[in-house]
Design a protein around this ligand. Sequence first.
Ligand SMILES: O=C(O)C[C@H]1C=CC(=O)O1
Length: 96
Amino acid sequence: MLYLVEMDVNIPESWSEEKLQDYITREKACSQGHQKSGKWVYLWRVAGKYSNVSVLDVESPDELHQIISSLPLFPYMDINVKSLCKHPNAIRETMI
Ligand SMILES: O=C(O)C[C@H]1C=CC(=O)O1
């Protein structure tokens, strides 16, 4: 199952630079682990925003939630999920 996931990151203003860097380091390790597993297929930065657009290929909505909620910054993100299916006019057989 393919999902388009939009994540807007909202870092609390009260965070120190040290705390922010700690979260960013752990976030990178976590998301790169999911990317290496093949579950997190695309990760794009939205130009000009602390946001990303991602495509995940997972077995179920439960697995999607497990992956997204494993991110250290999960409590600090507004997340929008869209379920994807094949467009009838798409010329490629493979979606990803
Ligand atoms: O920087 C972000 O967009 C937040 C987060 C989501 C995945 C990742 O590696 O970082």
